[in-house]
Ligand binder design. Structure first.
Ligand SMILES: Cc1cc2nc3c(=O)[nH]c(=O)nc-3n(C[C@H](O)[C@H](O)[C@H](O)COP(=O)(O)OP(=O)(O)OC[C@H]3O[C@@H](n4cnc5c(N)ncnc54)[C@H](O)[C@@H]3O)c2cc1C
Length: 280
């Protein structure tokens, strides 16, 4: 199919992008275009204006400052996958990114685009939840920071308002006691996950503390499994798996039933718990 007619504008600066978005309430930001362009072609999205932010080089950087690693919204998945700074300071992302689609899509798709889209089966929103990341948003009223726990509101819904540009993601540099785990099940490598789990915790007195379990593919958004987190912190893996019945509300679709997803979530929790433990 062909998209509905739309205007196109290339932003010269972040202020210019925000001014362009402000002038057309149904305008959309164009980043890597890997999700937006198919949606336009299928007429699932019919904005009057696309605001292309690809020229904003300052959004394409990975840097370390004030105890955080900062990843610009325009950092491509492939760039993040190869980044030694991310491998060292946010290794959960290095584990997760190869599961995103295929190399051609990772060459164009952006970190910010994936977070702004908030696909419930996407890897990066769950990683940000597990890492307790902060998401920086810039709009007409200035710049604000939103905790990942508050950012994902529902199916493809986020804390971004009209006219907002997601500008960066900030993740605290982990201490030596930090541990991470990641696993997903998909029909074929590169497909969106049927179920996935990104996890973080710290080693504490022979057990785990500060456990954050973020599941994806099992609801309308990436979801923390808080009762399972508490059970894992008490060292009771069976109780953690059982707690998923309360924490998660998986859906049925053509790919898998809710019961299958629920079972697979337990399988993944056992695998990821072993990763968290094996790195102690
Ligand atoms: C065949 C295929 C398989 C895929 N498989 C996976 C997968 O397994 N896992 C996965 O996570 N993803 C997958 N994707 C999606 C891919 O990761 C996209 O790159 C990503 O979802 C969107 O990034 P983008 O930069 O292309 O965003 P775009 O397509 O440009 O934009 C997506 C949405 O986000 C908005 N947006 C983008 N950037 C910003 C910003 N900085 N501020 C505000 N709004 C913004 C846009 O307006 C649009 O609404 C797949 C895509 C395809 C085509």
């Amino acid at each position: 199919m062909k998209p509905a007619p739309f205007a196109y504008a290339k932003a010269r600066s972040l202020d210019h992008a925000i001014a362009l978005l402000d002038g057309a309430p149904d305008a959309r930001v164009l980043a890597g275009g890997q999700s937006l362009v198919p949606a336009l072609n299928m007429r699932l999205s019919t904005p009057s204006l696309l605001v292309d932010i690809n020229g904003l080089r300052e959004l394409g950087e990975i840097s370390r400052r004030n105890g955080h690693i900062e990843i610009g919204a325009l950092v491509r998945h492939a760039q993040a996958e190869r980044s030694s700074a991310i491998a060292q300071l946010a290794p959960l992302l290095t584990q997760a990114i190869p599961h995103i689609a295929h190399p051609a899509i990772r060459n164009r798709g952006t970190f910010g685009g994936s977070i702004a889209l908030a696909d419930p089966a996407a890897e990066l929103p769950a990683c940000l939840l597990a890492l307790g990341a902060e998401i920086e948003v810039t709009g007409r009223t200035g710049r604000r920071s939103v905790a990942a726990d508050e950012f994902f509101k529902g199916l493809f819904e986020t804390a971004l308002g009209p006219g907002d540009v997601l500008t960066a993601i900030r993740i605290a540099v982990p201490g030596s006691a930090a541990r991470f785990g990641f696993a997903e099940l998909a029909r074929r490598h590169g497909d969106y996950a049927l179920v996935g789990l990104a996890a973080a915790g710290t080693v504490h007195g022979g057990g785990l503390a500060d456990v954050r379990l973020a599941f994806f593919g099992v609801g309308d958004r990436a979801t923390r499994a808080r009762q399972a987190e508490a059970a894992l912190e008490s060292g009771n893996l069976d109780a953690a798996v059982a707690a998923l019945q309360h924490d998660l509300s998986p859906h049925s679709d053509v790919h898998a039933s809710a019961a299958t997803r629920s079972h697979l979530a337990g399988v993944l929790l056992r695998r990821v718990a072993a990763q968290l433990d094996s790195s102690t």
